[in-house]
Design a protein around this ligand. Structure first.
Ligand SMILES: C[S@@+](CC[C@H](N)C(=O)[O-])C[C@H]1O[C@@H](n2cnc3c(N)ncnc32)[C@H](O)[C@@H]1O
Length: 255
């Protein structure tokens, strides 16, 4: 993986993906995981359940989870881990590839959010799901939250805008699918980055994995999970029925 967003452009990441935008979605993950674990949401309680996030990026999910869960955050990109360390200094951070990470311990909960998109083949997806399973304790639960499945994918574009002091970002994100017969789609990011009066343009292409819901469910079951889906709010939580999709809640059964 060699994406500018997670490397050279990391200093702009906060303007592209503000932490506050994760609150509603992560609230749904938190509720589902605590429900699966049978634990009450008690911020600041002495022994919080443990949680591992694979591909935690800037730690924007963790920011909304860490009062309830004791979080361990892993990512492939050192610059992204740096953003998360600054935002979540109380959390453990570990560098690693979600396909091969082996920490030798289990967690009450595992989260794999939009980073799962970087699994471009079924073999990669299986490897990441196996990593999640091995790190989920028996009786624990995992959330897998891809941006879309083959069924929900639509070509679309959106404009991201962010401003902070003399820094301004405008970014056109354009999702399209060059070959509907394979397991990937493409996301083009066209950035205009302004610092004071200086303007820079950058194009960053991401190739991401796209799998039918049935493939997802089969891979999760093959790993050893039981599978259900939960509703995730998209945007405004007050309108969850209008703007929501489904993500996977996977439980590791007790022996
Ligand atoms: C969109 S960002 C995740 C942002 C995150 N959801 C948050 O709350 O800030 C996607 C992340 O996936 C990471 N990533 C991509 N491939 C990976 C892999 N094979 N293993 C671990 N992390 C990976 C990237 O480095 C990047 O930080």
């Amino acid at each position: 993986m060699n994406n500018a967003i997670y490397g050279d452009l990391v200093a702009w990441y906060d303007l592209l993906d503000p932490c506050a935008d994760h609150a509603d979605e992560v609230g749904a993950f938190r509720k589902a995981l605590l429900g699966a674990l049978g634990t009450g949401p008690e911020p600041g309680q002495a022994t919080r359940p443990t949680l591992l996030e694979l591909g935690a990026g800037a730690g924007n999910n963790a920011f909304h989870l860490k009062s309830v869960f004791q979080c361990t955050l892993s990512d492939l990109s050192e610059p992204m881990l740096g953003l998360s360390r600054a935002q979540n200094p109380s959390c453990e951070h570990v560098a690693g590839d979600m396909r091969t990470l082996r920490l030798g311990r289990t967690f009450d909960a595992v989260v794999v959010h939009d980073a799962i998109a970087y699994m471009q083949t079924e073999a990669d997806l299986r490897a990441a799901v196996d990593t999640a399973f091995l790190h989920t304790r028996p009786g624990g639960a995992a959330i897998f939250a891809p941006d879309c499945t083959r069924e929900t994918f639509e070509e679309q574009s959106q404009l991201h805008e962010g401003n902070d002091g003399d820094r301004s970002l405008r970014c056109l994100e354009w999702m399209w699918d060059p070959d509907p017969g394979d397991t990937t789609y493409t996301v083009e990011y066209a950035f205009l980055l302004r610092r004071g009066t200086e303007m820079k343009a950058v194009h960053d292409r991401h190739v991401e994995g796209l799998f039918p819901k049935a493939t997802w469910e089969q891979i999760l079951r093959d790993a050893g999970f039981t599978v259900e889906t939960i509703r995730r709010p998209l945007g405004d939580a007050e309108h969850i029925d209008a703007f929501a999709d489904e993500v996977f809640l996977a439980r590791r059964p007790e022996p």
